[in-house]
Design a protein around this ligand. Structure first.
Ligand code: NA7
Length: 538
């Protein structure tokens, strides 16, 4: 492994990192810390990844700001002040810029550049990376920090291209914003993005027509200015704060941790009191009270019914409330966090159209047609989510040993080892990809964990004078089975979520993330301690 800390290299470097979101930035910093010549390609014209693209009205994080922060640097952690309990998109983007500048990362990032193809050359044992600008760069290591929710899903509804008004996807929102005041706006989708858009724009638009396929569980955020007293406590106990959160199944929310007992063994009234307390606190820890709310369908019915009762009490028109009541197990699809979502349906200018019982038949020049009725809209918003986890990786043509394409290898679903490495694709690492806890966790913790693990691995290789690492086929098979077995002990496979790829027509159905950050981190640590067991090092 050669190394230099110089600027953007020519056509040879040690490491190519794809993506300058939070994962890519940290990986770049870490690789440079090892003295490697690392280069990032980023398709946007700035850093921030998810927070660069998702600029829709009301966009904010659903993990609390102090937890959704890089924690590897005490200096960085102590010297950034968040304004709100749940940070807004503009502030999250500022944070990414601040980090890039603070660690002098910008000279090593090439913006407005998409990687189109990466192939492993068996003669030179290097990756050849080709960009949309026609550049070709050769690198020893290829690290994909492409994010999990960065390939937008625009539904293939007949006639969509006939629509004459402006059409936007929440995940590709124009940087300058979109004028919506006084307009009739249609929005398709009621996931986390829509849950943030709907209450934000309802007061300014003339009419808002929401096309709902699946009703969603939304718990309150109770967002507001960050509590400075709490912030001071956290800053004073940074190491403990970081450690405690990493012991939680989703790597956040230690201060709201629950009891290690089944909800079914506790009097119902007591469980409901706990849920009410959590509802008043707000945030994603709503389901953390007991150990079986996400693993037992019977126990899961208690919080599900609790939220449905809340919906019925918050929404005045009971026929609308009925439509807004989800029927799938709570948490099976990602729970959304937001303020004022259900109450927004009490507004006279907000209309809910059920497209579960009668799907959108087509879209005409004027707008969507449902049950023979055309809903004329001035602006149409697709809040229809993403081809999650595998989408961003497979948007590039990745070719490993013996000319095998990753898209072919993953035709029946993603297969890898530790969610980090793929058999047949030496010296390739995926960050927060399928097979790792990723989207089920506080992403910052998962990102730091992966960047630490990869950095330590590269350092260990250098120390042992190894130049190539590749997951073995059997380690990969065992890992895929392990991820699947764990998921099968939970409620996750019981509904059609994007965790399973079920939102994308034709995508193989396979539960992609690993459930449980602490056990995952433990396995990764013991693999490294065992001299990278399950990997072939040459
Ligand atoms: P999500 O959570 O995937 O939500 C997408 C929404 O769009 C959801 O309500 C979908 O209904 C709906 N959808 C998707 N395709 C269609 C079609 N073809 N027709 C009608 N409705 C459709 O994406 P978000 O952007 O809201 O959130 C993504 C993540 O970002 C979120 O989980 C957080 O991690 C942050 P469905 O449920 O599939 O029936």
């Amino acid at each position: 492994m050669q190394g230099s800390n110089g600027g953007v290299a020519g056509d040879q470097c040690d490491v190519v990192i794809v993506g300058a979101g939070y994962a890519g930035l940290l990986m770049l910093h870490r690789a440079r810390g090892l003295g490697l010549n690392a280069r990032v390609f980023e398709r946007g014209d700035g850093v921030g990844g998810t927070w660069y693209w998702n600029r829709y009205p009301g966009a904010r994080c659903d993990t609390e700001s102090l937890e959704y922060s890089y924690q590897f640097s005490d200096d960085l952690f102590q010297n950034w002040k968040w304004s709100e309990r749940f940070a807004t998109q503009p502030e999250l983007l500022e944070y990414a810029k601040h980090v890039a500048e603070h660690f002098n990362l910008l000279p090593h990032i090439q913006f407005n550049t998409s990687v189109k193809r990466a192939s492993f050359d068996e003669a030179s044992r290097r990756w050849s990376v080709k960009t949309d600008a026609g550049q070709e760069v050769s690198a020893k290591f290829l690290i994909l920090a492409t994010g999990c929710l960065s390939s937008t899903n625009v539904p293939k509804i007949p006639g969509l291209s006939d629509y004459k008004g402006p059409l936007y996807h929440t995940g590709q929102w124009p940087a300058g914003g979109v004028p919506l005041a006084g307009k009739v706006v249609g929005i398709i989708g009621t996931g986390s993005s829509a849950v943030q858009v709907i209450p934000t724009i309802a007061p300014v638009v003339k009419e808002l027509i929401v096309f709902q396929r699946t009703a969603n569980y939304v718990v309150p955020a109770h967002n507001g200015p960050i509590a400075r007293e709490y912030e001071a406590q956290v800053l004073a106990n940074h190491a403990e704060f970081r450690h405690n959160n990493a012991t939680m199944i989703r790597a956040h929310g230690y201060r709201n941790r629950g009891r290690d007992v089944s909800a079914l063994t506790v009097p119902r009234q007591e469980v409901e009191q706990d849920l009410e307390r959590r509802w008043q606190v707000g945030g994603l820890n709503f389901l953390d009270g007991y150990n079986d709310l996400l693993s037992g369908l019977e126990a899961n019915k208690i919080p599900a019914e609790f939220v449905r009762a809340k919906i019925r009490s918050l929404v005045k028109d009971q026929s609308v409330a009925d439509l807004l009541c989800p029927t799938h197990p709570i948490g099976c699809k990602r729970v959304s966090v937001g303020d004022g979502y259900y109450e927004t349906y009490n507004r006279r200018n907000v209309h809910l159209v059920d497209i579960r019982s009668t799907p959108i038949e087509k879209i005409t020049a004027d707008g969507p047609v449902v049950a023979g009725k055309t809903y004329g809209v001035d602006v149409l918003i697709c809040a229809t989510g993403f081809d999650a986890m595998t989408g961003p990786i497979l948007s590039m043509e990745i070719v490993g040993r013996k000319g095998v394409r990753l898209a072919d290898k993953w035709a029946a679903g993603p297969r890898n080892y530790l969610g980090l490495s793929v058999n047949g694709f030496p010296n390739l690492f995926t960050m927060t990809g399928p097979g790792s806890p990723s989207v089920l966790t506080n992403m910052h913790v998962s990102i730091e964990h992966h960047s630490d693990w990869i950095t330590n691995c590269l350092a260990a290789m250098r120390a042992a004078q190894k130049t190539e690492i590749e997951a073995t086929e059997s380690a990969e098979q065992n890992w895929v089975k392990r991820v699947d077995d764990i998921a099968n002990g939970t409620i996750f496979p019981s509904c059609n979520s994007w965790y399973l790829g079920a939102n994308i027509p034709g995508k193989p159905r396979m539960f992609m993330p690993y459930v449980g950050f602490p056990s995952y981190a433990q396995v990764c640590a013991s693999v490294a301690a065992d001299g990278y067991a399950g990997f072939r090092l040459t």
